[in-house]
Design a protein around this ligand. Structure first.
Ligand SMILES: Cc1cc2nc3c(=O)[nH]c(=O)nc-3n(C[C@H](O)[C@H](O)[C@H](O)COP(=O)(O)OP(=O)(O)OC[C@H]3O[C@@H](n4cnc5c(N)ncnc54)[C@H](O)[C@@H]3O)c2cc1C
Length: 393
């Protein structure tokens, strides 16, 4: 490997590959290290918001993504109970696209721009700082590990960042935060699921459904850990129990046939994260995990990667000091995403109180702009027209 690098990026999900694309486009010598091999599946709702599509357009990857024929998504349908559902027209269309396709396209695009892309390359330790530079130890086996040098490091390692290990995990772990389990599988059938992304709520969580490329349906649920443990890893039974509480979900799954294995992730915990950790720029879920019901996690990952890339570009060109660039990133992150995280937390807490969803649905019938306003608070800037909201019974 042609070390030293200007930037080493750890993790090649949407955040890591986007950072690599942004930095290589600015002419920097970049290495992208991923512990898995592509293509690989990933637990996710696989809904790309309109904001996410515009992020990918800015990165120049839209033509490559369009070749995968993502399913267009024009509306969001939320069912809160048998009698309460809300329909929200998206201001611009979103996509259903598998992470199997998305993550590989981004990784290959980075490679085509000259990024040194390495799969099966877990990073074990990162030592150093912005003043002296970094030494990154990487490799699948201890006998074959190599040490690479770089001026800056980005950690795009996802929700559970093991390098650098986030000390906030330990602190918040002790606070006994509520733990969730994520479950996903692909299905075929159900011709009535049109171009909507659906979110069906039940007592212990919610289940999302949307079409992806090839006409398949992605089912992705987030449930409280206590509920999940009742089913002893029988995920089919868990989905059926959830459907037993929401007839809209029940109607859907009766018409669907599973076409993949279940993927499961646990625990999913919502907690504060650091944006800069020991001079390392944290991006994507490693910097903050947005509640999946917002459908904007991928866009948030890409945007945080772009912000960090801009700050790194500034410091490497000598425009700002190391201290200043880290502060700039922290501030820019807070101003871009602070409101999104706050409102997602408020909505998550409200949804866990039994009476709130029906009350919201009734209020929404009186004030149609309410749904539109709530959606806006959990998302990035919506360009063009606002959402159109209507209610169904
Ligand atoms: C249940 C659920 C449903 C969701 N649904 C949606 C949705 O519909 N739409 C949406 O926009 N968002 C959704 N999200 C959120 C979305 O999945 C994340 O926000 C997004 O994946 C974040 O991207 P990332 O690149 O930061 O992290 P990741 O996608 O997690 O990528 C991190 C990468 O880093 C690699 N890695 C980790 N450690 C190392 C290491 N030490 N060395 C090398 N590589 C390493 C991993 O293998 C992985 O490839 C959902 C999340 C959950 C849990």
């Amino acid at each position: 490997m042609n070390t030293p690098f200007d930037v080493i990026i750890v993790g090649a999900g949407p955040a890591g590959s986007s950072a690599a694309i942004a930095l290589a486009s600015r002419g920097w010598h970049v290495a992208l290290m991923e512990k898995q091999t592509f293509p690989r599946d990933k637990l996710c709702g696989e809904f790309i918001s309109p904001e996410g599509i515009s992020d990918f357009a800015r990165l120049g990857v839209l033509p490559a993504l369009l070749k995968k024929e993502p399913a267009p998504v024009h509306r969001v349908r939320v069912t809160l109970s048998a009698d309460h559902q809300v329909r929200i027209e998206l201001p611009e269309f979103g996509w259903g696209l598998s992470r199997y396709a998305l993550d590989q396209v981004l990784f290959e695009h980075a490679r085509a721009l000259g990024v040194e892309c390495h799969e099966n390359s877990p990073v074990h330790t990162i030592k150093g700082d912005l003043e002296r530079g970094f030494r990154v130890e990487v490799g699948p086996q201890s006998s074959s590990r190599v040490v690479l040098k770089a001026k800056t490091v980005i950690a795009a390692t996802g929700r559970w960042s093991n390098v650098p290990r986030d000390p906030l995990h330990a602190v918040h772990g002790r606070k006994r935060l509520k733990r969730f389990v994520g479950i996903k599988a692909h299905f075929q059938g159900e011709p009535n699921l049109d171009d909507a992304v659906e979110l069906h709520f039940f007592q212990a969580g919610y289940c999302g459904l949307n079409r992806i490329e090839g006409g398949e349906i992605n089912l992705c649920a987030l449930v409280e850990e206590e509920f999940a443990t009742r089913f002893a890893r029988s995920w089919e039974a868990l989905i059926e129990a959830a459907a037993g509480q929401n007839p809209h979900l029940d109607n859907r799954i009766r018409a669907m046939r599973r076409s993949s294995e279940f993927l499961v992730t646990s625990p999913v915990i919502f907690q504060k994260r650091e944006r800069i950790l020991r001079d390392i720029f944290m991006v994507g879920d490693a910097a903050g995990f947005l509640d999946p019901f917002s459908g904007d996690g991928i866009s948030t990952a890409v945007r945080s990667a772009t912000l960090a890339s801009r700050c790194i570009d500034d410091v490497m060109r000598g425009n700002v000091s190391n201290e200043r660039t880290m502060k700039n990133y922290d501030r820019a992150y807070q101003s871009e995403f602070g409101r999104r995280f706050l409102f997602s937390r408020i909505i998550r807490n409200a949804l866990s109180l039994g009476g709130i969803p029906p009350a919201f649905s009734r209020l929404q019938a009186r004030i149609p702009a309410l749904g539109k306003w709530v959606v806006r608070q959990t998302r990035g800037e919506v360009s063009g027209a606002g959402c159109q909201v209507s209610r169904e019974r």
